[in-house]
Design a protein around this ligand. Structure first.
Ligand SMILES: [Zn+2]
Length: 320
C-alpha cells in the first residue's frame, strides 16, 4: 500500500522519467477506475506532461499548455511503473500512457476490487475534490498536529490513517510511527498530553523523512518496516513481542510489554479501557480487550494472530 514515503519517491522518479515528454497515446484505462469523461482522456494526446505533484497520496500531472491536470490515485493495490521501449507490460493495465519515445507509464491493480482512480480535469476543477485532505503529514508542526488531534477524539491508529485529519499516512506507516512514538494505537487523540503530542510529531516527521530515503535506495518492505508485518518478532523500541490484530480493512501491529517500563505504552496504560463496567459498551470492551492481551501472553506459541471477522463487532468499531 503506497503511502507518503513510497509515493514521494515515485513522484521523484516520474519527474525524472516522464515530465517534459509528450503523450503519444492516453489509455487504455479500466472503465472502473476512470472517473471523468469530460474532458476526454485523449485530450492529453499531443500535450506535454509537467513535473508531477503530490497532494497526500494522489499524484497530479499538470498539462499546462492544455489547461489540464491528470489525477492518479493508486489507492491500496495500484502500482505505477515506467516501462522502457520494448518492455512487455501487463496485458490489461489499469491505466497506461504511451510517451513520445515509446516509454509507457503503466498502472496495474491487483485484486478484483478496482479502487484506483484516474481522472482528467481542467486546471482548478480538482481543487474542490482535494479540499477534504488534511495537512500534509510529513512536515506537520506540533501545533498543527495538536489541532488535528483535538478536532475529534478517536483512536490514534484510526486518526493517523484518516486522510481528512492528516494526508499521506496509511496502515503500514501508522504502525511504524506509533511504535516509534511509544504510543498505543488505541490511545485517544483528544487525551494526549503535550509531551505525547511532541513525541508523535517527532515520530511522524522522522519516519516520513527516512521512508523516502529508504525507498529511493530501493529497499523492500521487509527492509523498511520494523513493526508492520512483524508478528511475534521483537519490538525495536522495547524488545517485547509484537502482536497483530486484523480488522476488515487494516491490521494493527503493536507491542505489549509485560510490565510498565519506560518503553512502549500498553493498552493498560489507558485506564478508560479498564474502568468500571457500568455501561454496556465498557463491559463489552472489558470482554474484548483481555482477548487482545492474552495474545501477548500466548506470544511464545507459533502464532498470536487474532482475526476479527468481516462483520466487525461493535466493540472494535471504535478502532477502525
Ligand atoms: Zn515496544
Amino acid at each position: 500500500m503506497p503511502e507518503y514515503p513510497e509515493i514521494e519517491a515515485l513522484r521523484e522518479l516520474l519527474e525524472a522519467r516522464v515530465s517534459g515528454q509528450t503523450v503519444a497515446r492516453a489509455g487504455p484505462t479500466h472503465l472502473a477506475i476512470l472517473k471523468t469523461i469530460d474532458p476526454p482522456l485523449n485530450s492529453l494526446e499531443g500535450a506535454t506532461l509537467g513535473a508531477p505533484l503530490r497532494r497526500g497520496k494522489p499524484l497530479l500531472f499538470p498539462v499546462s499548455a492544455a489547461d489540464l491536470v491528470l489525477h492518479v490515485h493508486q489507492m491500496s493495490a495500484g502500482r505505477i511503473s515506467v516501462l522502457k521501449l520494448g518492455v512487455t507490460g501487463p496485458k490489461r493495465p489499469a491505466f497506461s500512457l504511451t510517451l513520445e519515445f515509446g516509454e509507457r507509464l503503466v498502472m496495474t491493480e491487483h485484486g478484483s476490487k478496482k479502487r484506483a482512480r484516474v481522472g482528467l480535469y481542467r486546471t482548478g476543477a480538482l481543487d474542490e475534490g482535494l479540499s477534504h485532505l488534511g495537512p500534509e503529514a510529513y512536515d506537520i508542526t506540533d501545533d498543527a498536529l495538536a489541532d488535528a488531534l483535538g478536532a475529534e477524539s478517536r483512536r490514534l491508529h484510526s486518526f493517523l490513517r484518516d486522510q481528512r485529519a492528516l494526508a499521506g499516512i496509511g496502515c503500514a506507516w501508522a504502525n511504524q510511527i506509533l511504535n516509534r512514538s511509544k504510543l498505543s494505537p488505541y490511545a485517544l487523540s483528544g487525551k494526549l498530553g503535550a509531551d505525547e503530542v511532541r513525541r508523535l510529531g517527532v515520530a511522524i516527521r522522522s519516519s516520513l523523512s527516512e521512508g523516502p530515503d529508504a525507498r529511493r535506495a530501493g529497499k523492500s518492505d521487509k527492509q523498511v518496516y520494523t513493526v508492520y508485518k512483524r508478528l511475534d518478532e521483537t519490538c525495536p523500541t522495547c524488545a517485547a513481542a509484537l502482536a497483530q490484530v486484523d480488522f476488515e480493512e487494516h491490521t494493527i501491529f503493536y507491542c505489549q510489554p509485560a510490565r510498565p517500563t519506560d518503553g512502549c505504552s500498553r493498552i493498560g496504560d489507558y485506564p478508560e479501557f479498564f474502568g468500571s463496567s457500568t455501561t454496556k459498551q465498557s463491559l463489552t470492551m472489558d470482554v474484548v480487550l483481555p482477548r487482545v492481551l492474552s495474545t501477548r501472553r500466548a506470544a511464545a506459541t507459533p502464532n498470536s494472530r487474532i482475526s476479527v471477522p468481516p462483520r466487525t463487532p461493535r466493540a472494535f468499531s471504535w478502532i477502525g
